[in-house]
Design a protein around this ligand. Structure first.
Ligand code: AMP
Ligand code: ZN
Length: 115
């Protein structure tokens, strides 16, 4: 299997896991763009938001709820945080396995540009 996030799901590649359930895995981004940068992914391989089907709507809702809980746990919710899906190469998507970026932990002004 070529997909690196599938390999992380299958524990064939190491990662710093911060949350796991039957359908979702969350782990620290290896190259963080914010003091707190967590990737929340579906265990099922879905290439991107472009490939989402109606039957995935609970999964997507759950990804966002995991992100929200993670923001509470790390207390980045006190100042604010960003949630981002990059969709497609032109938007900077490097890994073709659906993932939600959770970014936060700034103590001063929020960066003006996105990731
Ligand atoms: P994107 O550009 O939206 O596809 O984001 C992919 C993210 O995955 C980037 O922020 C990378 O730093 C991160 N990343 C790539 N490989 C790994 C890895 N092995 N473990 C953790 N994060 C990774
Ligand atoms: Zn995958």
């Amino acid at each position: 299997m070529e997909c690196i996030f599938c390999k992380i799901v299958n524990k064939e590649l190491p990662s710093e896991i911060v949350y796991e359930d039957d359908e979702i895995l969350a782990f620290k981004d290896i190259n963080p763009k914010a003091p707190v940068h967590v990737l929340i992914i579906s265990k099922k391989h879905i290439g991107s938001v472009n490939e989402l089907k109606k039957e995935d709507k609970d999964l997507i809702g759950n990804l966002i709820l995991v992100a929200k809980n993670m923001a509470e746990k790390t207390e980045i919710n006190k100042i604010g945080y960003k949630l981002c899906f990059n969709v497609g190469k032109g938007a900077g998507q490097m890994v073709n396995h659906l993932h939600l970026h959770l970014l936060g932990g700034w103590t001063e002004s929020v960066p003006k540009h996105n990731i």
